[in-house]
Design a protein around this ligand. Structure first.
Ligand code: DQA
Length: 148
């Protein structure tokens, strides 16, 4: 099955962006490991990053049209603002795990509300880049448990 890994604004700068909070791996590093992990399990991973909300919304709609089975979503700053990206995930009924590199709950108050957590299958936060791999492990387990 196809799995979407969706990344919001400024995550293109991973590796150099506030490395004390977000680590030293680039998004390409993370994507390469996820692709390998997905392929080893007989699935494929599509990595999308955009700084533009509408591009992320379009990617979710496209994933729905393509029959993607699952998503890993780090909405980045849009976590705390985007009703529209939330609505897109609900519209196409794409099950997803919310991932954050940093420990959002120990940061500014405005980061403590997410428009995604209540509709996500689960949330991983504060574990750095490995959080994506743990989320994919959980996603693969769910996909393999599907009937048929
Ligand atoms: C983030 C946390 C958000 O609050 C922040 O705006 C980001 C990254 C994370 O992965 O820790 O851009 O989603």
């Amino acid at each position: 099955a196809q799995i979407l890994c969706l990344n919001g604004p400024n995550l293109n700068l991973l590796g150099t962006r506030e490395p004390d909070k977000y680590g030293r791996d680039s998004l390409a590093d993370i994507g390469a490991r996820l692709s390998q992990q997905a392929q080893a399990a007989g699935h494929s991973l599509r990595l999308v990053q955009s700084n533009a909300e509408h591009v992320l919304i379009d990617a979710v709609q496209q994933a729905g049209a393509d029959g993607a089975a699952f998503a890993l979503v780090n909405p980045a700053g849009l976590t705390h603002t985007s009703v529209a990206l939330r609505d897109a995930l609900l519209a196409v009924q794409l099950p997803f795990i919310e991932v954050h590199l940093s420990k959002v709950h120990a940061r500014e108050v405005f980061r403590q509300h997410s428009y995604f957590s209540d509709i996500a299958e689960g949330t991983i936060t504060g574990l750095g880049a490995i959080g994506y791999e743990l989320a994919l492990t959980a996603a693969l387990r769910r996909l393999d448990a599907r009937p048929g």
